[in-house]
Design a protein around this ligand. Structure first.
Ligand SMILES: C[S@@+](CC[C@H](N)C(=O)[O-])C[C@H]1O[C@@H](n2cnc3c(N)ncnc32)[C@H](O)[C@@H]1O
Length: 179
């Protein structure tokens, strides 16, 4: 999608679907996901850290909203413009999901409506710092909003908020390179 330098009215960031999730967030998600579940990463290609972390996931697809895939959990940071439709699709299929969303989204009217309609429990993982997403040029950018990891699962019987320390990008890169 080409936004031609338009700014998001809420975040004041340039509108783009090309914001990638950094490795330190994906590494944390690896620690909370049940690896016995069939994972789908519908908005990811081989370049994505999610696909590197979950190579056996269903990925590289363009028709998640149109087609019914067989999966247990959807792990995704979808295009901003499709976020609501994606959540609705996952919940209407009765599947689990892990999504990265702005913290304020939890307190939105839409989120309340989702709970009313689909009756789910969730865990919220809130990092100790802003998540710096990566742009098309590989640069990390500090957004002016706090992001959280939202985990919805049929296995949960109550809602929980977990505060955690997110490793620094550089720290994770150094660990990967064995420094
Ligand atoms: C916010 S980015 C996140 C990328 C990746 N999921 C991550 O977190 O690193 C969303 C991605 O979805 C891709 N995309 C847009 N429309 C799509 C569609 N209909 N099906 C699959 N991918 C799509 C965009 O090109 C973009 O790379």
């Amino acid at each position: 999608m080409a936004y031609k330098n338009e700014k998001n009215y809420l975040t004041k960031n340039l509108k783009s679907d090309e914001w990638y999730t950094p490795i330190e967030v994906v590494n944390y998600i690896k620690t909370i996901v049940d690896r016995n579940k069939k994972i789908i990463c519908p908005y990811d290609t081989e370049k994505s850290e999610f696909v590197k972390a979950f190579p056996n996931s269903i990925h590289n697809i363009r028709d998640f909203l149109e087609k019914d895939y067989k999966y247990d959990i959807c792990i995704t940071n979808p295009p901003f413009s499709l976020g609501e439709q994606v959540t609705r699709k996952i919940l209407s299929q009765g599947k689990d999901c892990i999504r990265i969303i702005p913290a304020t989204a939890i307190f939105s009217v839409n989120f309340y409506k989702f709970i009313e309609e689909y009756k789910f429990n969730y865990k919220i993982y809130s990092p100790d710092k802003r998540i710096y997403f990566i742009d098309e040029n590989g640069n990390q950018n500090r957004p002016n909003f706090h992001s959280i990891i939202l985990h919805i699962s049929k296995d949960f019987t109550k809602n929980e908020i977990i505060h955690f320390k997110l490793k620094d990008y550089e720290e994770v890169k150094d660990e990967k390179m064995g420094i």
